[in-house]
Design a protein around this ligand. Sequence first.
Ligand SMILES: NC(=O)c1ccc[n+]([C@@H]2O[C@H](COP(=O)([O-])OP(=O)(O)OC[C@H]3O[C@@H](n4cnc5c(N)ncnc54)[C@H](OP(=O)(O)O)[C@@H]3O)[C@@H](O)[C@H]2O)c1
Length: 245
Amino acid sequence: MSNVLIIGATSAIAIAFARQCASRKDRLFLVARNATRLQMLVDDLQARGAVAIASQLLDVSRLDRHVEVLSAAVKFLKILDVVLIAHGSLPDQQVCETNPSALQQALQINGNATINLLALVANRLQSQHCGALLVISSVAGDRGRASNYVYGAAKAAVSTFASGLRNRLYRDNVRVITVKPGFVDTPMTVSFDKGLLWAQPETIARGMQRAIDRRRNVVYLPAFWRWIMWLIRAVPESIFKRLSL
Ligand SMILES: NC(=O)c1ccc[n+]([C@@H]2O[C@H](COP(=O)([O-])OP(=O)(O)OC[C@H]3O[C@@H](n4cnc5c(N)ncnc54)[C@H](OP(=O)(O)O)[C@@H]3O)[C@@H](O)[C@H]2O)c1
């Protein structure tokens, strides 16, 4: 049995992960911004076997509330064995190109808020000398593309920050796992046409659990994205800038 904190708990990927935890009879502290959906999730996880669940509402863009929410989680769980930071939003790239407040909001949710939570949770795990900290970044953070570089830039910042934390916390027995999904069929991507490269949230959740069990550092999910992104990163900038991706 593990003590698990999930931030952005109503995300489709986080729900799939939380269900795995519930069926293993873990203790859960869930954080999300929508009260109705959060309560539905609590009921669902209780029915699936979670031993104890508490929850708290948080709009992650309220950085001033992060300390308070983390304190509530620690009070309930005591030791944090696993922490998953899963929230995110896919901004409208074209709107962000001309609207500075939309740009700032996209960077705040996908970048600043995630990094602030990573920093706070990392300090807590360091003081415990144990724990696994998973953060959902994205393959979009591996290279900027015209169609989504605002989201990609925020995810790149998250991946780099997580890399530094992993390096810093290695000697404290704290594992930092960067999760880089490719295309996942969730509410975030509801308007996209789906094809062969698309995965279900349950596949990503299973991959995240495997990453914890195998003490992985950076996981592309599904794994074939590692090779796709290797190829994409290998394209020289002089050619890449001419492509429509
Ligand atoms: N789907 C993909 O193709 C894909 C690919 C790579 C990475 N990812 C990443 O995977 C993670 C999970 O996303 P998903 O695909 O599972 O999509 P999702 O189901 O749409 O989940 C996104 C979650 O983020 C929450 N959220 C957004 N803004 C928030 C805020 N200001 N405060 C609190 N919560 C907020 C949403 O809350 P509400 O329920 O209240 O809206 C929702 O629960 C995200 O970090 C995303 O960037 C997704």
